[in-house]
Write a protein that binds this ligand. Structure first.
Ligand code: SAH
Length: 198
C-alpha cells in the first residue's frame, strides 16, 4: 500500500511546503557554517535542505517515508551534481550503525506532523543517532500563526518539553517560512529551535 505521505507528492500541484528551494532560515544557518559535518535531513521531502548542506561540503543524508519525494531528491542531486544521499526510512525508527552518527539534524517542517504520542518517540529516535553536543535545528509551525489550515500549531514550551530529556535548548526564536500560496498566503509563522544533544 502506498503511504499517505506519498500522495502529497503524486498530486498535480506540489504540496504547500515543497517550494523548490531551501527555507531562508536554513540558508542563513548554512551561511553561518552551522550545517556541516555529518548532516541528517529528517523528513527531507524533495531534499532541498540536504542539498543545501551538501553544497557547503557537508556529508548529507536525507530520509523520508515518501518514495516519490526521495526519487525527486535523488534526481535533483544528480542534476546539481551534489553528493547528498537519500533513503526511504522512518525517522521514528532509526536503526543506526551506532549512536553518534550525526553532528547535525535538520528538521524543516517534520516535528509538527507528529501526534503527542509520536513526539517522544521521534525525539528518542533522533537522540540515538546524534553525537554528544550535536545539534538539531528544528523549524515548526508556530502558535503565532493565525488560522487553522496546514499543520498543527506548536507552542515554544512544547518544543522545550519534548526535548527536555537528553537535550539542552540553546534557543527558540520566532521566524517565518515560505510556502506555495494557500488562499494568497505565501509565508507562515514558525519557531526555529536549536537543540543540543547532551
Ligand atoms: N523537510 C521537507 C518536507 C517537510 S513536510 C521540506 O522542508 O520541504 C514533512 C515531510 O516529512 C514529508 O515529506 C513526509 O513524507 C515526511 N515524514 C512524515 N513522517 C515521517 C516519518 N515518520 N519518517 C520520515 N519522514 C516522514
Amino acid at each position: 500500500m502506498t503511504h499517505p505521505w506519498d500522495a502529497s507528492y503524486t498530486a498535480d500541484a506540489p504540496p504547500p511546503w515543497d517550494i523548490g528551494r531551501p527555507q531562508p532560515v536554513f540558508v542563513k544557518l548554512a551561511h553561518d557554517g552551522l550545517l556541516s559535518g555529518r548532516v541528517l535531513d529528517a523528513g527531507c521531502g524533495t531534499g532541498e535542505h540536504a542539498l543545501l548542506a551538501a553544497s557547503r561540503g557537508a556529508d548529507a543524508l536525507g530520509i523520508d517515508l515518501s518514495p516519490t519525494a526521495i526519487g525527486r531528491a535523488r534526481a535533483k542531486a544528480a542534476e546539481r551534481d551534489l553528493p547528498a544521499r537519500f533513503e526511504v526510512a522512518d525517522v521514528l525508527d532509526l536503526r543506526p550503525p551506532g549512536p553518534g552518527s550525526f553532528d547535525v539534524v535538520i528538521d524543516s517542517g517534520l516535528f509538527h506532523v507528529f501526534s503527542d504520542v509520536e513526539r517522544p518517540r521521534y525525539v528518542a529516535s533522533l537522540a540515538s543517532v546524534v553525537r554528544q553536543r550535536g545539534t538539531c535545528y528544528l523549524m515548526c509551525f508556530s502558535d503565532r500563526q493565525p488560522g487553522d489550515w496546514g499543520p498543527r500549531r506548536v507552542r515554544q514550551e512544547e518544543i522545550a518539553e519534548a526535548f527536555s530529556d537528553g537535550w539542552t535548548v540553546a534557543s527558540i526564536t520566532a521566524a517565518t517560512c515560505e510556502i506555495n500560496p494557500i488562499e494568497g498566503v505565501t509565508q507562515a509563522q514558525v519557531w526555529l529551535a536549536a537543540l543540543n544533544r547532551s
